[in-house]
Design a protein around this ligand. Sequence first.
Ligand code: FES
Length: 205
Amino acid sequence: MSVEAALPRPLPEGFLPPNCSYPEQDWPVLARQWFPLVCADDPLVKPRQVVLLNLRLAVYRMPDGIRIGRDMCPHRGLPLSSGRIEGEELVCAYHGLRFGSDGQCRLVPEKLAPKTADCFRITAFPAVERHGLIWTCLIPEDETWMPSISSEGENSPQDGVTSIFKLSIESLVDSQKDLALDELQRLLEELGFGSMPNALASSGA
Ligand code: FES
C-alpha cells in the first residue's frame, strides 16, 4: 500500500469555508472525515479543482506524488488550479510564484520584491492512497492517519470505499452521517463510480 502524504499545513482554528452551506457546528465534524477525491492513477497533467464540503481544493501531481492544497494562492488568493506544473514546482498562473512539493514557496518573481519566498506557503492536506483512490481529510487528527482496513475479502474498490467510509463516520450522529453520505455520493459520481456502494446506501452507514 503506498501512502502519499504532503506535509500538511492546517486550516486556521475555527475555519469555515466562505458561503458554507453546512450547519456551523457540523462542518468541523465533517471536515474530520476522509473522502476520496481522485483516482490514484489519474495523470493530472494539469492541476484540477475539486470541491470538498464547500472548500475549493487544487489537486495536482508532483514528481513525488499527488498533492492536495487549498485552491487559493497564498499571494493574492487566486486559484492555484489555474497554474501549471513545471518540473518539481507548481507555478501560479497569476504572478508566477513557484511552490515546491511541500507547499512552500521557492521563488518569488523579482517584480514582487521585497516579498520573499518564506512569506508564502500553500494550505495543504494529506493525500493518502487506498483502494485505487486518493483520499483526504480537511482537519486530520494526525498527519497521515486514516482508517486502516485489511483488503482481504474485498471484491472491488467499492468494497474498500465502503469499509473505510463506514469506519470514518461511525461516531457521527445520524444527521451528520447523512450529510457525509451525500458528499461521498457526489464525489463518487464525479469519479465515475456511479451510485453509492449498496452496503452504505442501504445501511445508512
Ligand atoms: S495570486 Fe498567485 S502568484 Fe499572485
